[in-house]
Write a protein that binds this ligand. Structure first.
Ligand SMILES: [Zn+2]
Length: 240
């Protein structure tokens, strides 16, 4: 049973320019030294490191540190931002795959609330993203992860129609579910304020994982009620 962790950018105190530049995004940027300590502490454990958004730190910071300790990562790219300020270029996306890491999609535009889009818009998100990644990487099985944790049956169905394989969510669970014969893989989020002990606890303690799962379920209820004001509240709750 693997524990799948969800990271975003790996940054330094002076330079957080990789990836999205907004308050919500900054809470998920983990400092390089903290990240190294976490990876080192998890050496030899059955852990999968995944990364969302497509910031340039995937190649400049995350990949080298994973490699140093014998891991490969799973990197999800929001394809619209490839080659823009703070994000990977096409060559860098390719380099990640060539170094043996898995590259997948994190939608095309990273919609704020994916579930608000029409079925056609959802399909466009996956179709464009798939085509761009296929152009860069060649014929490959491409997994995908859903932005902002807004999973739905339609979002998964449309991704599968666009030939994506494994589906990664933000639901903290170790149970791999099946959706139309595709794996639906849950993940445990790591944010900027977590210590190495916090991360080790996720991996080693079933009780800790259960607590995260309950918190997530509670947040999902709140999300349904609050809609757009949810992200602000989430920032507060996560940091307690
Ligand atoms: Zn994201």
């Amino acid at each position: 049973m693997s524990i799948v962790l969800m990271y975003h950018d790996i940054v330094t105190a002076n330079d957080k320019s990789s990836g999205f530049q907004n308050k919500n995004a900054f809470q998920y940027k983990v400092e390089e030294s903290a990240f190294e300590e976490q990876v080192k502490a998890l050496q030899g454990k059955d852990v999968v490191f995944t990364f969302d958004d497509g910031g340039e730190s995937f190649l400049t910071k995350a990949a080298p540190l994973l490699e140093k300790y014998g891991f490969k990562g799973v990197f999800f790219i929001s394809t619209k931002y490839i080659g823009t300020q703070g994000f990977l270029t096409e060559e860098q996306v390719k380099a990640l795959a060539e170094r043996g890491h898995v590259v997948g999609s994190h939608s095309h535009t990273h919609p704020e609330i994916f579930t608000k889009l029409s079925k056609e818009e959802i399909r466009e998100e996956w179709r464009k993203s798939y085509d761009i990644l296929k152009d860069i990487l060649g014929e490959k099985d491409l997994p995908m992860s859903i932005p902002n944790g807004y999973a739905s049956k339609t979002i998964m169905e449309e991704a599968i129609k666009c030939s994506f394989t494994d589906i990664y969510t933000s639901q903290p669970t170790t149970k791999i579910k099946l959706f139309q014969k595709h794996n639906v893989i849950g993940r445990y989020v790591v944010h900027e304020n977590m210590t190495t002990e916090d991360v080790l606890r996720i991996v080693n303690s079933k009780g800790c994982r259960l607590k995260m799962a309950l918190k997530w379920q509670m947040l999902n209820v709140v999300k349904g009620v609050l809609g757009e004001s949810y992200d602000k509240l989430k920032a507060k709750i996560l940091h307690h």
